[in-house]
Design a protein around this ligand. Structure first.
Ligand code: EPU
Length: 424
């Protein structure tokens, strides 16, 4: 059984009163849970993952794990059991990998567990080229032979050996693949210039509880001392910091006062700092974040960077927020090479935005004008829905299935905060 999400084509948004209320942020299924699902392939036996609410990408990862021979079943609300006792077939076909890039996360665990893997190359997508060279070079440094034939990565390593790998950029996916490959390797692996995202820390904690020896997650140097055996565990996925940041920026767009539970302010610290500079109040609470936006915010400049910098996944929503703030802000996208595709739709809603390569100049207007728009990726769709909160009339965001890939019921969560948002 898959997560049985109802098909969702579009969402209608109307500007309403300021946001108000308290919600619990969903578990980070897409950016953390899927990685732990892939890492479950390292260990025979049944791994239990909790706080993994349904998102569309979860369905794809379930299919990928089943394709390689694991048994995957839901076990109550937001709980999934993965039995990777095997035997495993270390092959992830293009049909699945092309539907979701995170499928590439099975590469490291499969090479480690089976001594070989054939995983289709996912290719680029709506936000950029998204190369995999660092994943492949890292595996080679650990003794794997890696070749790409007819669009398929073929990696072989009867024995993976610990190595020092220096990434030329702190890639989240490469760090995760090498980390999971290193856990059962012979000797120690050191990943330098590693990604520091909280999802890497969540994955490392999961691996350590399985018996791995990972030191330094959350810093730029991660050391993995290889162990010979792991045991399956019962793990709870972290709260979704991207959903939290999205809701904070929704509050900035619509005004109001909201409380988020199940997320840590330090995971969205750079967003909170920017929102503070723009005129919002944002504070930690014992189990979450409180935020208030009174009146129109002031524009700031924003540049996306790897964690702890301003995450690229927040950039589209930040452009929406600047589009209705007072003054002009310059947004620089440093992570992906093609992430301003959604701006054309914002302009149709009356936003004053000019893009030039990696930069967008956003001149705030008082009000946007609702119209039908189309989402091209998960965060672009969220940004367009937020724009509808500050637009006259009705905004219908088509292509909402992109949003459902990564958010668990964003429309419902916004509605619980008083927004006029409805699935149509
Ligand atoms: N890159 C390379 N070579 C590589 C790996 C990456 O050139 O071998 C480049 C990419 O092309 C990109 C940059 O490095 O320009 C960053 O890529 P990274 O590997 O860090 O990203 P990712 O692992 O593919 C994850 C998230 C993204 C998020 C990025 C950055 C998941 C499933 N995806 O992607 O999430 O934007 O990290 O934080 O975790 C989203 O949620 O909307 C989303 C796109």
């Amino acid at each position: 059984m898959l997560s049985t999400l109802a098909p969702v084509g579009a969402v209608r948004v109307r500007a309403g009163p300021p946001l108000a209320g308290e919600v619990t942020v969903a578990g980070a299924t897409k950016n953390s849970g899927l990685k732990q699902m892939a890492a479950s392939l390292l260990v025979p036996g049944v791994t239990v993952l909790r706080n993994m609410p349904a998102v569309r990408d979860l369905d794809v990862m379930v299919e990928v794990l089943r394709a390689v021979g694991a048994a995957v079943e839901p076990d109550g609300p937001d709980v999934w059991c993965i039995d990777a006792t095997g035997p495993l077939r270390p092959e992830a076909p293009y049909e699945l990998v092309s539907r979701m890039r995170a499928s590439i996360n099975v590469l490291g665990p499969l090479v480690s567990r089976c001594g070989e893997a054939r995983v289709a190359m996912p290719g680029g997508d709506n936000i950029g080229q998204r190369k995999l060279d660092m994943h492949l070079r890292g595996l080679e440094a650990m003794g794997a032979s890696v070749e790409v034939h007819h669009g398929v990565i073929e990696a072989r390593a009867p024995v993976l050996k610990g190595a020092r790998v220096m990434l030329d950029y702190p890639s989240v996916g490469a760090t995760e693949n090498l980390l999971t490959a290193a856990v059962l390797a012979e000797g120690s692996t050191v990943i330098e210039n590693a990604a520091r995202e909280p999802e890497i820390t969540d994955l490392s904690a999961f691996l350590n509880r399985m018996g791995a020896h990972v030191v330094g997650a959350g810093t730029s140097t991660i050391e993995v001392r290889g162990v010979t055996e792991l045991s399956p565990v019962d793990s709870t996925i972290m709260g979704d910091r991207i959903e939290a940041g999205t809701l904070l920026m929704a509050c900035g767009v619509a005004g109001g006062e909201i409380t988020l539970r199940g997320v840590r302010l330090e995971h969205v610290e750079m967003v909170a700092i920017k929102l503070g500079e723009m005129g919002m109040r944002v504070s930690p609470t014992p189990d979450g974040i409180w935020a208030q936006a009174a009146g129109r915010l002031r524009a700031v400049d924003i540049a996306t960077l790897p964690y702890p910098g301003f995450a690229t996944d927040f950039m589209p929503m930040a452009v929406t927020l600047l589009a209705v703030s007072e003054g002009t802000g310059i947004v620089t996208e440093n992570v992906f090479d093609n992430r301003f595709g959604f701006v054309g739709e914002l302009i149709r809603m009356g936003a004053d935005v000019r893009t030039d390569g990696r930069h967008a100049i956003v001149r705030g207007v008082e009000r946007l004008s609702g119209c039908p728009v189309r989402a091209t990726d998960v965060r672009a769709g969220a940004a367009l829905a937020l724009a509808g909160l500050a637009a006259d009339g009705e905004t219908v965001v088509h292509g909402w299935e992109h949003v459902a890939r990564g958010y668990h019921d964003l429309a419902g969560t916004l509605r619980r905060l008083g927004a006029d948002v409805e699935v149509v």
